[in-house]
Design a protein around this ligand. Structure first.
Ligand code: ZN
Length: 705
């Protein structure tokens, strides 16, 4: 772990931020970013930084202030407003109190912020305030935490870091920890750092460089020590020619196992599936190697690297041993048994610890779904309510495996007690966040849309995304697909897969890619379509066949793959076929399109019959002409527009107005309208399948009968 410090970069930071924010905050922002940029130091919010400075109050009087990291900011990309200012003398005065609850502490800090609308200062604000140094850096560095999680107590900490650091026993972050840490520091104000057991490292200095370099020096010393010990214990154990993990095979298996796992993890109530989760798979060589360790069972049974991880990963991962027979039924059993045990153990953990901590009724019980699943030979899965949460859990799991490997060499893990983990998992401040939390109608669902790069496809994808779904964009046009994904934004919640709906292997691969990215698919929208115009007497057979191939056979292939996927996953779901107003009211010189869409529509009805027993709904939306999506013109209408206009005796530019005028509501039909109809069915808010929803502004000739 090298120091990334650069005097030039500091000078640049001070030159750019200094004039508006002051030199202290500029330097603070610079070195906070250095610390935040290294995931071995700071992983998903596990760290915070501060600087003590002085500002002028409104009356021009000097006011000492603590600028301390605010919640919601990532240290790697933090800006000066990410360290909100709090009146320092007030923070210091709180030291006189005998106790202060978390809620009182949060309120007290908030009441003395320079900008009351700023982000909430760190839970460790008082600890920062009560150390005398100008700059304070705090991280939950993997190596430091690992050193303090061993059964060997202080010895490895001393061996690695020497006598110049003070060791602070474990206390949950908040007022009590600040009191204890300040007292430990004051016993020997010459110490160079505080090592917080099971938690992390505090370094400090008169300037940003001193505190940062001290931080890096100690983390490097810890890492070197752990690596040395790990290497020598591996030598003692005999290296043995280990088989290199097969990453390609792991990927293949993961794409098949993910939907089975995701289906099993879905939470159910009397009405069926009540909550799904998104998965994030990790199967790099290092992960596979760690999962192949003989100690894996032992590692899985011990707690988290730092207590705060329990909020993201729960106390333990679920360990799934691959079955001997690599087939669905065997995999389902391999998942089911440990999962049942996990849920039972979670129920016991909650009841016992809630009882001991004031009674179960005081707490909102969290779900009992694991957040990390370890599958040797396949990889690890992060589990969450969103791809971001799932990725966070997976990242933490990767770092935890490394930490456990290190600790193994030091004689084993000393975990926090269940009561200590419960205290964090059911922390009142976290419980308060739960009460405020709102999710989109389609949160936790994954949708796959074919023809997603076209005008209607993009509109559907956009509405699905804004309802909270993850969206797999499938299209045959590579460039248009990339453009669609870029235009939709939210890259963490989209995946683009180039595939042709007339190629079963391509569509199957799209479902596999979706399974690796998100764990599976819940909503499938067969939307890809093309059109050709011409009277029956003149239409070329090849043209007719081409339209049928995409619009009918393409929907058959998509439905078939969807059915197989949804049935294997076993947690219901839905299909929304983009049919057409032409199915109910066909147009002249539009035979190929109308007939192929009618065929696809009928397939959708058959799918509704066949898949109901699996809890899968199949519905049809019937748009009339959609001429584009914002700036993007419909490719279909660009192809057929001139012909269709001629057939009606119009100029091409008059066509959209013609369609608007002919419906009862005089509505111009947009891609967003189609998207909202898809969202309605996808949200499963009514018990509806085999239904037809026109999106045409009201066309009596096309009223469903
Ligand atoms: Zn901390």
């Amino acid at each position: 772990m090298p120091s990334e410090w650069s005097d030039d970069a500091l000078r640049d930071a001070v030159a750019s931020w200094g004039p508006a924010w002051g030199e202290d905050l500029a330097a603070r922002t610079y070195s906070a970013r250095l610390i935040g940029a290294d995931p071995a130091l700071v992983l998903h919010g596990g760290g915070n930084t501060s600087v003590k400075s002085e500002v002028k109050d409104l009356l021009g009087r000097p006011l000492p202030v603590l600028f301390v990291k605010g919640s919601g900011w990532d240290l790697a990309t933090i800006e000066p407003p990410g360290h909100p200012g709090v009146v320092l003398d007030y923070l210091r005065s709180l030291r006189q109190l005998a106790e202060l609850s978390d809620e009182q502490m949060v309120g007290a800090i908030r009441s003395h912020m320079l900008d009351p609308t700023g982000p909430q200062p760190s839970i460790e604000t008082l600890l920062h305030a009560w150390l005398p140094h100008k700059f304070v850096d705090h991280s939950h560095a993997d190596a430091i935490v690992a050193l303090t999680n061993t059964s060997a107590g202080e010895r490895p900490i001393r061996e690695a870091l020497g006598e110049r650091v003070a060791i602070v026993p474990y206390v949950k972050p908040g007022f009590s920890l600040a009191v204890l840490a300040a007292a430990v520091f004051e016993r020997d104000p010459e110490v160079e750092a505080l090592v917080l057991v099971h938690h992390g490292l505090f370094t400090f200095g008169d300037n940003a460089e001193q505190s940062y370099k001290q931080h890096i020096k100690l983390v490097r010393a810890a890492t070197d020590y752990l690596e040395r010990r790990t290497a020598s214990s591996a030598r003692r154990a005999g290296s043995g020619a280990k088989k290199r993990p097969d990453a390609a095979e792991a990927r293949r298996r993961a794409s098949r196992v993910a939907p089975l796992l995701r289906g099993a993890l879905a939470e159910r109530d009397a009405d069926g599936v009540s909550r799904r989760h998104v998965l994030a798979w990790r199967g790099g060589e290092r992960v596979l190697e760690r999962l192949a360790s003989e100690q894996l069972r032992e590692w899985a049974a011990t707690g988290t690297l730092t207590p705060e991880h329990v909020i993201r990963t729960k106390a333990h991962p679920l360990l799934v041993e691959p079955p001997v027979e690599d087939e669905d039924r065997a995999w389902r059993e391999s998942i089911r048994l440990p999962l049942e045990a996990f849920r039972q153990a979670y129920a016991r953990y909650f009841e016992e610890n809630a009882q001991a901590a004031g009674g179960a009724s005081r707490y909102i019980r969290l779900d009992d779904t694991p957040r990390v699943v370890l599958v040797p030979g396949v990889g690890l899965f992060g589990v969450g309510s969103s791809p971001e949460d799932a990725a966070t859990a997976a990242d933490i799991a990767e770092h935890t495996l490394e930490g456990k490997r290190w600790v193994q060499a030091l004689g084993g893990w000393r975990a926090l007690s269940a009561a200590q983990l419960f205290e964090i998992e059911y922390w009142s401040l976290e419980q308060a966040k739960l009460r405020k939390r709102e999710e989109g109608r389609l949160a936790r669902r994954v949708a796959l849309v074919t023809g997603a790069a076209g005008a209607i496809g993009r509109g559907i994808a956009r509405e699905l995304l804004s309802a909270g779904a993850c969206v797999v964009l499938v299209d045959v046009e590579q460039a248009a697909l990339a453009a669609a994904r870029a235009q939709l934004g939210k890259p963490a919640r989209t995946l683009a897969v180039r595939a042709d709906v007339t190629d079963p292997a391509g569509i199957e691969r799209a479902f596999e890619e979706a399974s690796l990215a998100f764990g599976g698919v819940d909503v499938v929208v067969p939307n890809a379509g093309i059109a050709r115009t011409g009277p029956l007497a003149e239409m070329a057979l090849a043209e007719f066949r081409r339209v049928v191939e995409v619009n009918l056979t393409g929907v058959f292939i998509t439905l078939q793959q969807a059915a197989r996927h949804l049935v294997r996953q076993g947690s219901g779901g839905g299909v929304v076929v983009v049919s057409s107003k032409n199915v109910l009211a066909p147009g002249e010189e539009f035979g190929a399109y109308s007939a192929s869409k009618a065929g696809a529509h009928q397939l959708g009805r058959v799918a509704a019959l066949e898949l109901a027993r699996e809890g899968v709904r199949v519905n049809m939306v019937l748009p009339d002409a959609v001429f584009g999506d914002g700036e993007l013109a419909s490719g279909l209408w660009q192809t057929i527009g001139p012909e269709r206009a001629r057939a009606r005796g119009l100029e091409p530019q008059q066509l959209a107005e013609y369609h608007r005028q002919r419906n009862l509501l005089h509505a111009r039909i947009t891609a967003a309208h189609v998207g909202r109809a898809v969202v309605f069915f996808a949200a499963e808010e009514t018990p509806t399948t085999g239904a037809v929803l026109p999106i045409d502004g009201g066309l009596p000739a096309a009223f469903p009968r």
